[in-house]
Ligand binder design. Sequence first.
Ligand SMILES: Nc1nc2c(ncn2[C@@H]2O[C@H](COP(=O)(O)OP(=O)(O)OP(=O)(O)O)[C@@H](O)[C@H]2O)c(=O)[nH]1
Ligand SMILES: [Mg+2]
Length: 346
Amino acid sequence: MANVAIIGSEKSGRTSLAGKLGKKGTESDITLYNLVKGDRIYSFVDANGYPASLKSLIQTINLSDIALVCVPSSGLNAQVGECIIALDLLGNKRGLFVITMSDKSNPAAISELSEKIKAITKGTNLEKWESIAVSTTTFEGLETLKEKLFALGEEVRAANALKNDLPQRVMVDHFFNVTGMGCVVLGVVTQGTVKVHDSLTTFPINIPTEVRSIQSNDVDMKTAPAGTRVGLALKGIQSKDFDRGYIISQKEDVATKFNLKCRLSKFTSPLGVGDAVHLFAGLQDMPATIDSITIDGKAATQAPPGSECQVALTAQKNITYGRNDTFLIAQLNAQKQRLVASASVV
Ligand SMILES: Nc1nc2c(ncn2[C@@H]2O[C@H](COP(=O)(O)OP(=O)(O)OP(=O)(O)O)[C@@H](O)[C@H]2O)c(=O)[nH]1
Ligand SMILES: [Mg+2]
């Protein structure tokens, strides 16, 4: 199973592409599409709330192993730039650039655009990502895209298999009540293998949670390995207890105050002490304040773009996290691009 984010600028053909790749499933501010290919399942997430909602972009990326960045054949824009910065800050993803609406362009312009993509991703985590021109009206490039995507899917499968023996962790994105079944949540097993009857806990609310049954793509299963998008029926907890981003696992940390090691984007305004920022952790997000900044062991009032620093930060609500998670700091009101820094717990 591989989870694939479909992101990119507004009106770049994201939803059309999602519809050509999979069958529509759960729909909210992020929409899921499923494709079954032999014994492989691909789950696509359309960040339909982006660019208005940065949250939609970050959640979609954090739910996925692979990203398809849609760039309209008419050219690059600030939103594509923001998607590239998000993927670079979050690191550790595989992906492809999809030059969409190729029927509205010509081969020379498309090859010029793929050169531009190469140039702007140089030095980022995305510098080796390929560009593929696709049209969802003439179907040009769709088969090539699928082949490249399935090759990445196999890499993801191998990488996820290495996580099967870690403690179970499920990141929850949807939750509701089903008559006769009770609380059902949807989400991704980010590590470990979840089994029916597992006794776990939901964080940050600390409620004991038993796995009653597991489904993936409407099929009942006894166990779900790392990387699986699952539906879990749960005992001991109600759907109204949940919020997006809650984690079902054996043990998580929960805090409002953090000491974070930060890497600022080159394309942000400076980060200052006292700044009101927005913090993203997994699928959770909330306002936070920068309490202090340290650069090379010395107190500072500001950290410049492209720099590294340590930040003490207070969030407005409890956040559940693991020590290896990557956080993002953003300025939702910034004019150009909203992402400020990636951060990890010191
Ligand atoms: N000619 C042509 N038109 C396309 C193609 N893909 C999408 N479109 C059209 O472009 C418009 C936007 O496509 P969507 O798939 O809605 O793009 P989107 O990125 O999901 O747009 P928003 O979610 O509204 O930001 C629609 O009118 C589509 O019919 C394509 O390959 N060729
Ligand atoms: Mg759309």
